[in-house]
Design a protein around this ligand. Sequence first.
Ligand code: UT7
Length: 334
Amino acid sequence: MVERTHILGVGHAVPDNIVTNDDLSKVMDTSDEWVHQRTGIRQRRHIAADCGATDLGKIAAEQALSCAGLTIADIDLIVFATLSPDIDWPASASLLAAKLGASAIPAFDVKNQCSGFIYSLASADALIRAGRARHALVVGGEIHSTGIDLTTRGRDVAVIFGDGAGAVVLGRSPDPQRGLLSTHLHAEGKFAEKLWLEGAASRSRPRIRLEDLGGDDPVAFPRMQGRYVFKHAVTRFPEVIHEALAANGLTTADLDVLIPHQANLRINEFVAGALELEPHQVVNNIDRYGNTTAASIAIALCEAVNDGRVAEGKLVCLAAFGAGFTWASALLRW
Ligand code: UT7
């Protein structure tokens, strides 16, 4: 039985193509002022040529492997978090495994929206500690730009989402004091319709019709009751962060770095205030990437490791809230 799992390597990848708020204002009724004031977003990345979430995921995964000093031959589990799989099925994890040249190791997707990366981390951690895997690759990857309504009708969601991928390699902690301390997962399906993408739906025949792409409220695009989601987010984030700290006999005074999901800078500022954290303790990059859902925490973690904000001995909390509703946290000693 492995005592503690640790993150041995990190990586991330975003498309080169930068789409600013001004760019979006040319195709829909929006403005840099509106988007920046409400969300903190200045720009996001959209793929320029067609590629899938696993293509970005592969680049992030290779970086994470190299950062960990390992190769794909050392990996015996792949978990891929995405709400925008390359294709409906089979799982994107299988496609990624093939692209990386993995042998016949277990690979599965976690489709849990913005909380997907922490759910994946928790799953891989449990399998490692149970002795079912030695090294796991956990990747969050999303391509939103091909699935959003880039017209005024879809502007509330379209300005928020961006494409990107982040990855970590997990393995046994070299030091029992360091590594993942605990993970905490929650879901409340009664709020599913507050933020969802209904079509293509297996419950309707046919699963998708041409008219699903039209009308005032088309089911083939993500739809959100933004204010409703916002209110739940600012409650659940502090709750699940406190839960993680309390489970380890710690308080917010012990916390060095918070890496929240990047849905809205205003949400993260509110959470920082509620927890009495200084702005420099909270990692935010939504201004540059928008909301990359299951990839956001992995990308932010990678950037914070690379610029030294996350360093050996630091107490780091990852926290997410999103569609489902789902919310989650992970506490780790780096
Ligand atoms: O990652 C998953 C979790 N997601 C979240 O946590 C998102 C949480 N929600 C939010 O971040 C915010 O609710 C939004 C940023 C999405 C929206 O901000 P808001 O202040 O709640 O705006 P609103 O939805 O109440 O809309 C206010 C107005 C509306 O116009 P009227 O009805 O007042 O005339 C919207 O039609 O703003 C309009 N609007 C826009 N205007 C310019 C909505 N989207 C846009 C836009 N540009 N992109």
